[in-house]
Write a protein that binds this ligand. Structure first.
Ligand SMILES: *[C@@H]1O[C@H](CO)[C@@H](O)[C@H](O)[C@H]1NC(C)=O
Ligand SMILES: *[C@@H]1O[C@H](CO)[C@@H](O)[C@H](O)[C@H]1NC(C)=O
Length: 269
């Protein structure tokens, strides 16, 4: 079906790899394979689907790293190419109660949530300027949140929750003015939660489950964390002063003993 533009096979217990024959559908715009039992990696040919702008492969058992091919998807790289849709408009989206009146209203999105993807979030993700929604939640991604994610200025939804991400929250994320849904809960992030721009509008649950994060939204307040690190430094300083004193005392003691012995041996030797 060379003209197929939308393929929706959610929750069908499909198993095996993402089939290669999908690569022969040059007009495919939207691919939904959510809630199946698919395994294996995201295929390299994904970037050859020139019109693909919406991919939902969430809730499967897919593995491997986020491939560079995914970051070369032509429709997602540009924010001024409207999705090519031939079907009649308006279209109703049953799940989101949205009515699409023109092609450009279709959201460009990537949903890789609830799989077994590993490795880091590639820095090149910043090239997907067209993205409206990025969901990488509930995988095994590690490393830091790349600074380049802040280049995705059209993002309205970003979900990185339930991974093993470390490091600080890039401050420039607060420049994403359209971001209205954001979740980084249940990772291993640290440092201060920015409290500017959009950040002050997200619920506390967006940040929970990160032991080392601090800010007004989480149980761990930054002031107390800083205070405790200051007092540890103070103890360390007291410790090093004590070492200097003990060393000086020891040196004087040894010199004194040697001198005494010399004096005594002169008198009684
Ligand atoms: C994941 O997919 C399975 C199988 O279709 C379904 O039973 C389950 O409810 C899905 N989970 C979520 C959170 O969507
Ligand atoms: C991300 O995708 C998962 C699985 O489909 C879903 O449960 C979750 O609500 C999504 N995140 C957001 C912020 O919509």
């Amino acid at each position: 079906f060379k003209n197929l533009q939308v393929l929706y096979i959610n929750h069908c217990s499909l198993s095996g790899k993402i089939p290669d024959w999908l690569s022969k559908l040059p007009n495919l715009g939207m691919l939904f394979l959510q809630g199946n039992k698919l395994t294996g990696p995201i295929p390299e040919w994904i970037s050859s689907l020139n019109f693909l702008f919406s991919l939902d492969i969430s809730n499967n058992s897919l593995t491997g790293e986020i491939p560079s091919a995914l970051i070369e998807m032509p429709m997602l790289e540009s924010d001024n190419t409207a999705p090519k849709v031939f079907f009649e408009l308006p279209v109703w989206n049953k799940n989101q109660f949205l009515q699409y009146l023109k092609p450009s209203a279709f959201p460009k999105e990537l949903n890789l949530a609830m799989n077994n993807f590993t490795g880091m979030i590639p820095a090149a993700i910043g090239r997907l300027q067209g993205l409206f929604s990025l969901n990488l939640s509930s995988n095994r991604l590690s490393g830091e949140i790349p600074e380049q994610i802040c280049n995705l200025t059209n993002l309205q939804m970003l979900d990185l929750s339930g991974n093993h991400l470390t490091g600080k929250i890039p401050a420039a994320l607060s420049n994403l003015h359209f971001l209205s849904r954001f979740n980084i809960s249940n990772n291993d992030l640290e440092g201060t939660i920015p409290n500017v721009g959009q950040f002050s509008t997200f619920p506390d649950s967006s940040f929970g489950g990160n032991q080392k994060l601090c800010g007004p939204m989480v149980a761990n307040h930054c002031g107390s964390a800083e205070a405790s690190s200051v007092s540890i430094d103070h103890i360390k300083q007291i410790g090093s002063e004590a070492i200097i004193f003990m060393t000086a005392f020891g040196v004087f003691f040894v010199v004194g003993v040697l001198y005494d012995q010399k004096v005594l041996s002169r008198h009684f030797g």
